[in-house]
Design a protein around this ligand. Structure first.
Ligand code: AMP
Ligand code: GLY
Length: 421
């Protein structure tokens, strides 16, 4: 079967790596992919948001299934585009409808969904330019820290947490009146601050039933000890030691099951992954956010723990037969540690030669490219090293061992992944 994967990061590399192991031997195409995905299939130079370009690629290569990696094409309606096109409508796409993707595309939509379906989350109010004055007054009633969230997609930068009232008022004004995040901050959600430890829960649904995938913990800050700017993610581990059986049971009954029921009750078509960002407050889970795709770098630690054939799992998802599959999760610990370009997440240089990748290590390509037969950096997050072991210490040691052999100008990675476990 010919499968097209949309995206170009470590997440998509990991999908390729796992799909390539399938005895069904799917033929992989990746749009646009990276230097690493080219080892598993054919990279196609089309942007995941160029729907007409995707259509041409799908028809040319006779693609039979599409897997969407990142959120932007989903929020822009790639699934609806396929469904509405006579030549494409029969091709299954793993990803939610545009309406389902609003769970990530609009914070206000997600909050209203959670409220409607009694899913635990932070108390909130939302404001627009017209209600800015009310927003400023509302901030005076909130206990700091102040959590301000641009409603729309803002490439991970739209959440601002501030301690001082004056700063929070200035930020709300900048977002609403000065369009700090463009269209994304036409609405702003002001949210109660939740104090606790974060984890990510993943579910896969065919629209009728669902499977809960392994939990993961992501390290988002650039600096050691979880300091400095937010990034796309500097490392991840799975399983999550503090997510014991009692807590996971609460996540299932209070969050996952009501999310699935809510989608059905609201008549929202949803086939694909749901990534639920959670915070453990005391002994209870609260939802910080929904994402409508797998996480990156969480995918790198979640997929290797699924013992099922990923291709069969996705086929069952596409054909609405997920309930016939028994999911088997490996007990092993998996870690991934991301090496980034110097300067990331602010400005950085590309095109630096990458040396020292040991083919016997599990090195995941993200921002890599082949230029004149040389492997070079082409993004902020360049690659990550995945480790597997009986416990996190073993897994993490393996990740660091692999990274210690790799070099490119300006290479940086956190030396403390797993420090808090
Ligand atoms: P997001 O872009 O929604 O993933 O938010 C970025 C980060 O902000 C999260 O990973 C949390 O660390 C933090 N955050 C978001 N909402 C809250 C909240 N209500 N309370 C505390 N921290 C939050
Ligand atoms: N690692 C966080 C994300 O994928 O959004």
């Amino acid at each position: 079967m010919k499968v097209l994967l949309l995206g170009s990061g470590g997440r998509e590399y990991t999908f390729c790596h796992q799909l390539a192991k399938s005895p069904h031997q799917p033929q992989l195409f990746i749009a646009p992919g990276n230097a690493g995905t080219a080892q598993f299939g054919t990279n196609i130079e089309v942007s995941p948001t160029d729907f007409e370009g995707l259509k041409q690629a799908v028809l040319t290569h006779e693609i039979e299934m599409v897997i969407v990696g990142p959120e932007v094409p989903l929020v822009e309606g790639v699934v609806d585009f396929f469904a509405a096109d006579q030549e494409l409508a029969h091709i299954p796409v793993i990803g939610p409808s545009k309406q389902g993707a609003e769970l990530e595309g609009s914070k206000e939509f997600a909050k209203a969904f959670m409220q409607r379906h009694n899913i635990p989350t932070a108390a909130f109010q939302s404001f627009t330019k017209d209600t800015l004055a009310e927003g400023l007054t509302y901030l005076e009633t909130v206990t700091p820290p102040y959590v301000l969230k641009a409603d729309g997609l803002a490439a991970g930068k739209g959440v601002v947490i501030l301690n001082e009232l004056a700063a929070a008022k200035a930020e709300l004004t900048a977002m609403l009146a000065d369009a700090k995040f463009g269209e994304a901050s036409q609405k702003v959600v002001v949210e109660e601050f939740l104090d606790g430890i974060e984890l990510s829960c993943f579910m896969l649904t065919d629209g009728k039933s669902y499977k809960i995938l392994p939990m993961a913990k992501d390290y988002k800050r650039i600096g050691e000890g979880d300091t400095g700017l937010n990034t796309g993610g500097m490392g991840a581990v799975s399983p999550v030691p503090f997510a014991d059986e009692t807590f996971v049971q609460k996540i299932k009954s209070q969050v996952v099951a009501p999310t699935m029921q809510g989608l059905q009750q609201d008549g929202i078509p949803y086939v694909g992954f749901v990534f639920i960002g959670l915070i453990k407050v005391g002994e209870n889970p609260k939802v910080i956010e929904y994402n409508v795709r797998m996480g990156d770098p969480e995918t790198q630690v979640v997929l290797p723990r699924i013992q099922n054939d990923l291709f069969e799992l996705l086929q069952a998802t596409a054909s609405g037969t997920l309930d016939s599959i028994k999911l088997t999760i490996d007990k092993l610990s998996v870690s991934t540690i991301v090496a980034v370009s110097g300067g990331y997440p602010e400005s950085y240089e590309k095109g630096k030669a990458i040396r020292g990748i040991d083919p016997s290590d599990f090195v995941v390509h993200a921002g890599t490219a082949m230029v004149d037969e040389e492997l070079v950096t082409s993004g902020g997050r360049v690659l990550s090293a995945t480790g597997v072991g009986d416990d996190h210490n073993q897994a993490i040691a393996q990740s660091y061992q692999a990274l210690s052999k790799i070099d490119f100008e300006g290479i940086y990675y956190r030396k403390d992944i797993g420090f808090d476990l």
